[in-house]
Design a protein around this ligand. Sequence first.
Ligand SMILES: Cc1ncc(C[n+]2csc(CCOP(=O)(O)OP(=O)(O)O)c2C)c(N)n1
Length: 691
Amino acid sequence: MSEFTWSELDQRAVDTARILAADAVEKVGNGHPGTAISLAPLAYLLYQKVMRHDPADPKWLGRDRFVLSIGHSSLTQYTQLYLAGFGLELDDLKALRTEGSLTPGHPEYGHTAGVEVTTGPLGAGIGNAVGFAMAARRERALLDPNTPLDQSSPFDRFVYAIAGDGCMQEGPAAEASSLAGAQKLGNLVLIYDDNRISIEGDTKIAFTEDVAARYAAYGWHVQTVDWTNGGTGYTENVRALFEAIEAAKAVTDKPSFIKLTTVIGWPLPTKAGHHSVHGAKLGGEEIAALKKELGFDPAVNFPDEADVLANARNQAAARAAAAKAEWTPAFEAWRAANPEQATLHDRLVTRAVPDLSAVLPVFAPGKKATRAASGEVLSAIAEAVPELWGGSADLAGSNNTTMKGQKSFLPPEQSSHDFVGDYTGRTIHFGIREHAMGNVLNGINTGLTRAYGGTFLVFADYMRGAVRLAALQKIPSIFVWTHDSVGVGEDGPTHQPIEHVASLRIMPGIDVIRPADANETAQAWALALAHADRPSALILSRQDLPIIDRDAAGVAPATDVAKGAYTLVDAAGELKVVIIATGSEVSVALEARDALQAEGIGTRVVSAPCLEWFDAQTAEYRAAVLPDGVAKVSVEAGVPSGWREYVGQLGEIVGIDHFGESAAGNVLFAKYGFTAENVAAHAKLALSRLG
Ligand SMILES: Cc1ncc(C[n+]2csc(CCOP(=O)(O)OP(=O)(O)O)c2C)c(N)n1
């Protein structure tokens, strides 16, 4: 156990952080001062006494990870990033929540050095932290396989997360915490700020369970530290908290939960404990009184005491130097002893994926569901992309997310009759927890490895918050969503996505890829992996689809998927009609083309697996694929939204603007108009408008 020290300068730094939080919110006129004030000792303790990190090298591989799941309390983190010297200065705190500042309302990944993940949607951070902790185990297993588990590795690290009452009430946090228990993530320490105040005041109006007991039931190691002494008086017992954290670190076979009971805004003279301090400025009088109480000059805003700052920054730098003095030789020794893994590591750091063209399967003409093709692709590329891992929210057999022959990622004793695993495994069992799966994936995909997660497309809604966070942060999570239309069939409207593809397309920053056949699916995987700067969605069919014969005369190669939309088969004779289709509807479009060509109507079929990629092509390319002056018809088994843009005012949209029903998929396809005859009829209608 490392020794606890707490000097007067440490205490002064904590009090400085409180005042900076109060002053920063007061200056901009809005923000969340309360929790930043009461949690300043916890945050300072983590940043200055507990966590391994280097403010001068915020991306240092050997660092611990920190997640502020209560993102609204961003000042809890910003004040520590300032004190420790991560690059934030007093002017940045003064610019809190203003345009272009490094101190936005909620911490933003990729924007402020030291912020490991964007938080704000409550509870999501817990999933990110679980992802960080899982990633640490897998990165170690992948890169340092020869060090026995009871010995330390340069890839070991701890993950610390701070949560509040809001996070503890949110479902995704419960999902992720339950998973962490099953995963026995001994490298995860979650500290719950039990202040029992949220925006509507006392949480007892909606939140009464014993949270610590719940975490114990999840299989976590649970401790409590009560700074309110059972409500009898407040003592900020930082040593007790430090000792609890040290005890948590010593438990390596369970994640650790520390319930820290606090009073929001303590030690504000009149407002501590009141919900008004959660998200509003405090007022000059209260802040002056706080400063007085803490021994600061009430007339001075943004106190700038050189000795306090120097002490904090020197302490952080000295701790970093000591940590690196230990870590760097260990890392170099690992590198020397593991040349193959070192080469892999050096590639993973660049996020480059090897050229997969030699290993991607080529599917001969026939029939195959794109979900099945996806599974075959995963198995085929597994060896070439060892950083890739993933799984499903209990639908692996349906989503085809398991790479053949790969073990499960599990504590060995959690192996089942069906799935055997350890921490070298590459198959993740997320359980039936879609939202947590998304947040876990986002945590993993900020690191060295790449992870995917699958469920039915209709349940993308259950995880949409996490998908949005991936897009917002440019994290390359890969979402595998199968059963992509009414083609699902008998399970009925609850399981038949209608609006989902369109609703995902309107989200900025994510590539929505709906391949037409097995070979487009192979290309889709290669491209999703190559795009390491954004998330991707693979939208796959449950039902078999014809595999387009790419060797037939006039059929474009599947590599054209990279263009987003491309002429799959051009018109014979003069071009009169363009049918643009995605996924399972491309084969319907090809049949409609046959019918139209038979009538002498020159028809082109455009396969459009990814409209985001198509939109990124030059205007000339787009106009060449979808020229003016010809009839255009779109065909997609989902809501018509979005297609007007591609077919124009005179074009036709074949879609579904109502929910589905329980019946065989092919019956519904016919009933809802996804037939060659109906598409051809719409083509003629569009053509007739051109006169
Ligand atoms: C998913 C989600 N729902 C709602 C909010 C809005 N919100 C922000 S803070 C907050 C209350 C949080 O209470 P608590 O976690 O106790 O934080 P504290 O009051 O202690 O700062 C709410 C409802 C949010 N940020 N995320």
